[in-house]
Each structure stands twice: as structure tokens, then as C-alpha cells.
Design a protein around this ligand. Structure first.
Ligand code: PLP
Length: 324
């Protein structure tokens, strides 16, 4: 697929998204920690999207996309395939906008996630991960029912919506020197780059992937999109196999660096959040702090933003990860 530059969102699109999200998404708090400041010799600012509605930033992109449907599209509703936070985001956004939503999930997805998605009024259709192709199912249902498929990251309006989290952070805390952002398919990072470049042009923005799932790092090194096998990592929100063409175009142009962290380092960061800051952060949401704690970057004396992307983790799983 060839890529024309006008398909890429700009900071103006983030500003428009923020206006749409007013009164819909929470303005999430920014926390600080003297303990971590002392440990790193820096001043850290934690943007708590784990406290966003649905427990992650993804409501921002989903709502921004659905709010721009034509009357025709609204009648048909929204379709997504996801077993994670994007599913719940689409379901809630559709409920708020009073349109139908259909989510395609693997039949072995956690019962709690299916229940949460249905709780927002979405219809859930299950498929067998090993014998059926979810994209084929999605295309068939989309054309049969006149529904619009919204992908989790490679979509102009989704990227612009995700960018509102860091726009908000930089309005709450100006003049950051560094910003660490959790990275899966790159919707959050590319939106964050649009906001950071506009509001804090000197701020260095670092994307953070799990070690086993470094598809963006590999793609940047190769100079083109690299597809990897589904990575094995506890960071289930970052098990993407490749960035999208839109997210990669923005990241490649603007990012300062992409770092990786191990699952052990993620657990260490989750433990810190729980013990010292009294907050529940899911493994993927801990990527950013794990990198700040373990990088060689000269953070001493700097003002550092840490985006906590989400907090959705079953408590049994949470206890198992931290108890080990
Ligand atoms: C989806 C998600 C990510 C990754 O976001 P991308 O836009 O795919 O890079 C990170 N953390 C959490 C909690 C998520 O739900």
C-alpha cells in the first residue's frame, strides 16, 4: 500500500480529538514519587491512564474514531477484533454514542474480559484461534451488517485520540526533558510524538517494547516494517507482530529511540507501583518505568514523563506475577 502524507494525522487532529473527548474521557492525574526520584536522581511525573475509563488510554482513540462516523456508519455500528483493552474501549465508546458494537474475540479469551465487554452493551462473537481467521470473519460480518471495522492502532483517528493523553500531560506538567511511552503497535507512541513535538519540542521521546516483542526496534534498524512471530511476554498489550504503516511512518520520523525491557524488569516496576505508589499497573503499562529504571540515558537532574498506559490485570494473575 502506498502512503500519502495527508493520511497521517497531525497535532491539529490531536487538538480536535481533545475537544471531542472533553467530558467523555477523564483528565487523569499525574502522580510523583520521592522514592523513585531519589533512586534515579531525576524528577518523575507519572501520567495515570490506568485510572482512565475502561482502565486504559484506549478509550481516547476509540471514541475519537466513532464520534466521527457518518449517520450511515452510526446506524451500522462499530466492529473490532481484540481480546484486550481495545475491545472494551470500542464497546464503551459505542455505548456512549448509542450505536451497535460487535467484538470478535477468541473463544478462550478470559471470561472476565468477555463479561466486561458485554457489560458495555457490545455483542461478542467468538472464534477458534487455531482453525479460524478472525480477519475473514470480521470482513464478512462488516459487509453483512454494514459495520465499520476500527483497528486498534493503525488508524488516523485512533492515533489522534491516543495523542490526547500526552497533550494533557504536557499541559499539566510543562518542560519535560524525557518522555517514556509504552509501545505495542504504536498508536499511543505516534500520537504522543505529535503532542510532544508540538508542545515540548526539546523533549526526547522514548518508546519502550518488551524484549521478546521488539518489532518496532527491528523495523527502525531495517528501515522498513519487520514482522516477527507472536512474542512470548507477560506484556499482553504489546504482543504485536509489527507496527502499522501509519504508526511506523510517524515513529520513524520523530522518535528519539526505542528501548526494550525484560519480563523480570516489568515485574520489578509493577511491584514498585503497588508497594510504593499504591496503584495497580498491568504488565504492559509498566514498560515505561521499567525502561527509565534500567536505561543508560543521562536522566540525572532531568524532568521525566512516564506514561502508565493501563491497569487491567486479573488480581489472581497480578498476585501470581508479584508473588513469584
Ligand atoms: C494497547 C495498549 C498498549 C500499546 O498501545 P499501542 O497503541 O498498540 O502501541 C500499551 N499499554 C496498554 C495498557 C494497552 O492497552
Amino acid at each position: 500500500m502506498s502512503l500519502t502524507p495527508n493520511l497521517l494525522p497531525t497535532y491539529d487532529d490531536v487538538v480536535a480529538a481533545a475537544a471531542r473527548l472533553k467530558g467523555v474521557a477523564h483528565q487523569t492525574p499525574v502522580l510523583t514519587s520521592r522514592t523513585m526520584d531519589e533512586q534515579l536522581g531525576a524528577q518523575l511525573f507519572f501520567k495515570c491512564e490506568n485510572l482512565q475509563r475502561i482502565g486504559a488510554f484506549k478509550l481516547r482513540g476509540a471514541y475519537n474514531a466513532l464520534a466521527q462516523f457518518t449517520p450511515e456508519q452510526r446506524k451500522g455500528g462499530a466492529l473490532a477484533f481484540s481480546s484486550g483493552n481495545h475491545a472494551q474501549a470500542i464497546a464503551l465508546a459505542a455505548q456512549i454514542l448509542d450505536m451497535p458494537a460487535l467484538i470478535i474475540m477468541p473463544e478462550d479469551a478470559p471470561a472476565s474480559k468477555m463479561a466486561a465487554t458485554r457489560g458495555y452493551g457490545a455483542q461478542v462473537v467468538t472464534y477458534n484461534r487455531f482453525t479460524e481467521d478472525r480477519e475473514a470473519i470480521a470482513c464478512k460480518l462488516a459487509s453483512e451488517r454494514g459495520m465499520t471495522l476500527i483497528p486498534p492502532y493503525n488508524h488516523r483517528d485512533v492515533i489522534a485520540g491516543q495523542g490526547t493523553a500526552v497533550k494533557e500531560l504536557l499541559e499539566q506538567v510543562p518542560d519535560l526533558d524525557y518522555l517514556f511511552v509504552c509501545l505495542g503497535g504504536g498508536g499511543l507512541l505516534s500520537g504522543s510524538l505529535l503532542s510532544a513535538n508540538a508542545l515540548a519540542p526539546r523533549c526526547k521521546v522514548i518508546g519502550v517494547e518488551p524484549e521478546a516483542g521488539n518489532d518496532v526496534q527491528q523495523s527502525l534498524r531495517a528501515g522498513h516494517i519487520v514482522k516477527i512471530d507472536t512474542p512470548r511476554t507477560i506484556a499482553d498489550g504489546a504482543q504485536t507482530q509489527s507496527p502499522g504503516d501509519l504508526t511506523f511512518a510517524i515513529i520513524r520520523q520523530r522518535v528519539n529511540d526505542v528501548l526494550t525491557v525484560s519480563d523480570e524488569q516489568l515485574v520489578e516496576a509493577m511491584r514498585f507501583y503497588a508497594e510504593r505508589m499504591k496503584i495497580v499497573v498491568e504488565p504492559t503499562g509498566a514498560l515505561s518505568l521499567a525502561a527509565a529504571m534500567n536505561s543508560d540515558l543521562p536522566l540525572a537532574g532531568k524532568r521525566v514523563g512516564i506514561v502508565i498506559s493501563g491497569g487491567n490485570v486479573d488480581l489472581e494473575r497480578f498476585a501470581q506475577l508479584l508473588g513469584g
